[in-house]
Design a protein around this ligand. Structure first.
Ligand SMILES: NC(=O)c1ccc[n+]([C@@H]2O[C@H](COP(=O)([O-])OP(=O)(O)OC[C@H]3O[C@@H](n4cnc5c(N)ncnc54)[C@H](OP(=O)(O)O)[C@@H]3O)[C@@H](O)[C@H]2O)c1
Length: 221
């Protein structure tokens, strides 16, 4: 994986985090690599056995490890990077009081029919929040074209960087917004979890890469 130059990353000592990933696939690996390059540590878990994560951990290096669900849940921030429907197989109390980033997307053809989602009564992340009662949830990173993400990180002014939409819990949003800046992007605050309806997989924002002004124009359409 591309190593992002750390010379432009201003990392305050106090802001080095331990970040857990539920999932060890494309999204988890790319985000984990970017977070590690910014100085953070990561723990990844998967479904079919931690042995399968060995080559991934080896590639990510010393600040990465594989762990079980409970180990991931102990981290300061947890990223959901698994198929949407698999979320509902997880213990509802797993993230009680924890900060959680929902990076998933709901696709009816893949995840099955959730009437409240197809009718847009609820944002997919709101259903996640209903499941993990007591978790503090934000939606972020779900719009990213993952294959190209590392190439999109830029050492340029905020207004020229690729902007990533984020919505949900204010406190977690502040932390994740700082993380987004550290890895070379600019956060774009969309509002509450309900507002994440505006950048789900069935919107024009999905897989869109643009700076802050370009995102504003896209949201206005
Ligand atoms: N790919 C993209 O461009 C992109 C961009 C933004 C968001 N997303 C969303 O992010 C999520 C992950 O996408 P991806 O491309 O990373 O998928 P992926 O490469 O298929 O990886 C999914 C990972 O989730 C793990 N997993 C499945 N069920 C699990 C469970 N019950 N407990 C723990 N781990 C479980 C899988 O484990 P095993 O390896 O053991 O099967 C795998 O490591 C999806 O919701 C996707 O829609 C994708």
């Amino acid at each position: 994986m591309t190593v992002i130059s750390k010379t432009f990353l201003k990392i305050p000592e106090v802001f080095l985090m331990e970040i857990g990933f539920i999932g060890g696939g494309h999204v988890a690996q790319v985000l984990a690599s970017l977070f590690i390059n910014a100085g953070h540590s990561v723990v990844l878990t998967n479904k079919h056995g931690l042995d399968r994560l060995k080559p991934v951990i080896q590639r990510l290096g010393a600040r990465a490890e594989a762990g079980n669900l409970a180990e991931v849940a102990r981290q300061e921030l947890i990223v959901l990077a698994l198929p949407y429907k698999a979320i509902f197989e997880l213990d509802q109390t797993l993230f009680n009081g924890k900060a959680v980033v929902d990076a998933t997307n709901y696709f009816p053809h893949r995840d099955g029919e959730f009437e409240q989602l197809t009718s847009h009564q609820l944002a997919s992340s709101e259903l996640v929040a209903h499941h993990f009662k007591g978790a503090k949830i934000v939606k972020a990173f779900n719009t990213i074209p993952v294959a190209n993400l590392e190439n999109l990180a830029r050492n340029v002014s905020d207004d020229k960087r690729i902007a990533l939409p984020i919505a949900g819990d204010s406190q977690v949003k502040a932390t994740v917004s700082d993380l987004i800046k550290q890895i070379g992007f600019t956060p774009y605050n969309v509002g509450d979890l309900k507002d994440s309806l505006k950048f789900q997989a069935d919107t024009p924002l999905f897989l869109f890469s643009g700076n802050r002004n370009e995102l504003t124009a896209k949201f206005a359409k």
